[in-house]
Design a binder for this molecule. Structure first.
Ligand SMILES: Cc1cc2nc3c(=O)[nH]c(=O)nc-3n(C[C@H](O)[C@H](O)[C@H](O)COP(=O)(O)OP(=O)(O)OC[C@H]3O[C@@H](n4cnc5c(N)ncnc54)[C@H](O)[C@@H]3O)c2cc1C
Length: 454
């Protein structure tokens, strides 16, 4: 068998598994669909229950992955297909999307990003901050190489319009028409912009696979009673992380998106979409109670005269130091916990009116909030079915990957040589994710030592 592993997804699960295997002397092919690695952990401000800075604890690992001689990293890439031979080895076809930048020539100096005159909403910043059309995901991005967002690039769009005859081929003076803009190429000191770059296909042979493709969040548009994603000052948990993060659009200052005001009353709504079979999410998202407590604490650390309210159905704090962390939120940081559901919220002038019930005192509650943070449900990736089909994996009723033996071998699939780790299997926090990733890596290593994957 080929003693080389393919890992799909470079969030903290994929990173941990890659490093464990690579540091044991085996090669790893790590495939990540975004331009850089880190997954959702790269978006977090600080982590519960220690309040460590997320970037600070993750950066040594991302940098190690970026430089590791045993790790071959494909970013901006996805699995196109996978075939298995009679030895049980896999041939993976990996598609790297056109970035319109030659990464072998690019030095990561950032001149293209600086000179690009156009900004669009950044998905990494959850829509509360902009990015340039030429961009890297974050200042600490690994690899630190930019990509051009073709959908919003004036040069590429006008070039393609001229080529397809949608724009005239000659200008008013009869000269061949030139595409608009092109500032990035003009200022790039190494000539790294490649306007004609195409998607590329690479083939890699491996003896084992780990699926670590992570999670998505329930879209606010599916919560019409909470504004349906149309109220700018009603944000989800990840957007609030970006507001709290020193590397975020407000440099860690809590400012509400609509007018930049410092919010003095913030309402956090747990179970926004979770534990709701009618919305197709019957399960508990497991991390929301803890990250909401963390966000309420961090909000109070930033806005000393602010008040945080948390609406909860019940509080689930099963983890080392978690219950104590929650008590700290209530006792030391005076976060007001209200047991009950928010029935509806709506814009009233510059306030968000939050109507709910406090089931402990049996009264209805109405809060005129400056901002609302929804702890939206953890969802499986929309592409899970596609990846599962390619590899022959099973997925559960909720579309998370599922193991053959959920109790004793939770990271082992029914397909010999294919393992999985992290939130691709269901909601979990970072400690549980890395423990499972190391478990999946150990399974791969034992396979390599046995020399047989079928
Ligand atoms: C608001 C919020 C706050 C949180 N705060 C904390 C906290 O304080 N402490 C804590 O312990 N946990 C926290 N968590 C949970 C934490 O984010 C997760 O435990 C962790 O990010 C899971 O890592 P992962 O690698 O499984 O998934 P992800 O971070 O989702 O990474 C998966 C990676 O796979 C890539 N990918 C997906 N599909 C493909 C594909 N088909 N091909 C190639 N690549 C693919 C993705 O782009 C991504 O980079 C928080 C979560 C949220 C939502």
């Amino acid at each position: 068998m080929i003693k080389r592993a393919l890992i799909i997804g470079a969030g903290i699960a994929g990173i941990q598994a890659s490093l464990d295997i690579a540091n044991s002397g085996y090669e790893v092919v790590l495939v990540e669909k975004e331009p850089s690695i880190g997954g959702h952990m790269a978006q977090l401000s600080e982590t519960f229950p220690t309040l460590d800075c997320s970037q600070c604890i993750m950066t040594p690992r991302t940098v190690e992955v970026g430089h590791h001689e045993n790790i071959k990293l494909y970013t901006y890439s996805e699995l196109d297909s996978v075939a298995r031979d009679s030895n049980g080895d896999f041939t993976a076809r990996i598609r790297r999307r056109a970035a319109y930048v030659d990464w072998d020539v690019c030095t990561g100096c950032g001149a293209c990003v600086e000179k690009c005159p156009f900004k669009v909403e950044s998905l990494f910043e959850r829509g509360i901050g902009p990015r340039k059309v030429v961009y890297t995901l974050s200042p600490q991005a690994v690899p630190n190489k930019p990509v051009i967002d073709a959908d919003n690039c004036r040069y590429l769009q006008s070039k393609w319009d001229i080529e397809a005859g949608r724009l005239p081929a000659v200008d008013a003076k009869g000269n061949p028409a030139k595409p608009k803009c092109g500032a990035c190429a003009k200022f790039c000191p190494t000539g790294a912009i490649l306007w004609d770059q195409q998607d590329q296909i690479f083939e890699e042979k491996v003896g084992a696979v780990i699926v670590a493709t992570g999670f998505d969040l329930f879209p606010q548009s599916r919560l019409p009673e909470y504004g349906g994603g149309k109220l700018p000052d009603v944000v989800d948990g990840l957007a609030f992380e970006r507001l709290l993060a020193a590397s975020g659009p407000t440099a860690g200052k809590v400012r509400r998106p609509s007018d930049g005001m410092e919010p003095k009353e913030v309402v956090f709504v747990q179970c926004s979409g979770s534990r709701d079979p009618e919305r197709g999410v019957p399960y508990c998202s497991k991390i929301c109670c803890m990250y909401t407590a963390k966000q309420a604490i961090l909000y109070k650390h930033r806005v000393h005269d602010g008040q945080a309210y948390v609406f909860y159905i019940d509080v689930r704090a099963g983890g080392k130091g978690y219950e104590e962390f929650l008590n700290r939120a209530m006792e030391e940081d005076s976060v007001m916990y209200l047991r009950g559901k928010v029935s509806r919220l709506f814009q009233d002038g510059d306030k968000i009116m939050v109507k709910g019930a406090d089931t402990l005192s049996n009264r209805t509650v109405e809060i005129a909030a400056d901002m609302v943070v929804l702890a939206t449900a953890v969802l499986p990736r929309a592409t899970n079915r596609q990846v599962a089909e390619m590899l022959g994996l099973a997925i559960d009723d909720n579309d998370f990957y599922t193991a053959n033996d959920e109790e004793l071998e939770p990271m082992v699939t029914a397909v010999p040589g294919v393992f999985m780790a992290g939130t691709a299997l269901g909601p979990k926090d970072i400690p549980e994710t890395v423990a499972q990733a190391s478990g999946a890596a150990a399974k791969v290593l034992s396979l390599f030592q046995r020399g047989k994957n079928s």
